[in-house]
Design a protein around this ligand. Structure first.
Ligand code: C2E
Ligand code: MG
Ligand code: MG
Ligand code: MG
Length: 278
């Protein structure tokens, strides 16, 4: 290790940090441009009820392809958007696009299942949140029951009383609510019991390890029985193999989402997926 320099507290300006900051600046302006030019995309990942094999829902997932950076990872886009004050615009775009797509599919009789949209914790804690949802439903003339919102445990912990009120309002309208990546945050179980939600989504890491790790298997079983006790539906994310599906069926899990069923699909791909299923 080099001797501590007197300028150590200016460590931020190392060449590496500089290029990272530069990259983020470029990425930010490119993201703003992509948003303006309609270059963002959505993929739709189907969800299946284990007992019946029916497709019972789908999750809308953000995609962005940039000529220079290629496909930018969704978590990177979201982190940047949260940091640079773009998250609200992105959320509204995702919400409108997903709601309009579902409305189109419903009108053509292609698919009647709700679409789930991911909600950033920052978003959920802003005061106009419920109104954004109400507006999107009005503008797309979508039945509130066809929209599901995925929130995270961390979003709730920040300001539980406020969040419970907002979620109650949305649930009262008929909007579906689920807790994403369940098991990875630090939920207070007493708040969980009070949350007006419909569904828990078991986080992908537990599902990934369920066959090889007793711990993961125990956690999944515990989440499933917690869901039953709280009268919530439970879905496993990231299901990739028949063995994982078998474990989940055995444990009493209601639904799955994952590559085993389907990758996230473009709107055209989703349409043919549904037609082939019939
Ligand atoms: P998430 O909401 O938990 O979404 C599930 C992620 O798991 C997606 O990653 C999906 O492509 C991936 N996945 C699906 N099936 C499998 C599987 O069988 N195995 C594995 N290993 N992964 C699978 P993706 O699309 O890269 O998104 C990552 C995260 O970025 C999402 O996690 C969500 O937190 C966030 N995100 C994506 N789109 C949006 C959005 O529109 N708004 C917000 N706020 N966040 C979003
Ligand atoms: Mg999600
Ligand atoms: Mg997530
Ligand atoms: Mg998840």
């Amino acid at each position: 290790h080099a001797k501590k320099s007197p300028h150590q507290h200016f460590k931020f300006y190392t060449p590496e940090m500089n290029s990272l900051a530069l990259e983020n600046m470029t990425l930010e302006s490119k993201l703003r441009l992509a948003l303006r030019q309609g270059k963002l995309e959505l993929r739709y990942q189907p969800q299946m009820e284990i007992q019946t094999g029916n497709i019972i829902g789908m999750e809308a997932l953000l995609r962005w392809h940039d000529s220079e950076f290629g496909w930018v990872e969704p978590c990177k886009i979201i982190a940047l958007a949260e940091d640079r004050g773009l998250i609200e615009q992105i959320f509204e775009w995702v919400l409108h696009t997903a709601c309009s797509q579902i409305q189109l599919w419903q009108k053509s009789g292609l698919s009647l299942v709700p679409v789930a949209v991911n909600v950033s914790p920052i978003q959920l804690n802003q005061s106009g949140f419920a109104q954004i949802i109400i507006n999107a439903l009005k503008e797309t003339e979508l039945d509130p029951g066809s929209l599901e919102l995925e929130i995270t445990e961390s979003a709730v912990m920040h300001n539980p009383e406020f969040i419970i009120e907002v979620l109650s309002q949305l649930k009262g309208m008929g909007v579906q609510l689920s807790v994403d990546d369940f098991g990875t945050g630090f939920s207070s179980l007493s708040y969980l019991a009070r949350l007006p939600i419909h569904k828990l989504k078991i986080a992908e890491p537990f599902v990934r390890d369920v066959i090889t790790s007793n711990e993961a298997a125990t956690i999944i079983s515990a989440i499933v029985s917690l869901s039953k006790k709280l009268k919530l539906r439970v879905i496993a994310e990231g299901v990739e193999t028949a063995a994982q599906l078998a474990f989940l069926r055995e444990s009493g899990c209601d639904e799955i989402q994952g590559y085993y069923l389907s990758h996230p699909l473009s709107a055209e791909e989703y349409a043919s997926f549904v037609k082939n299923k019939k």
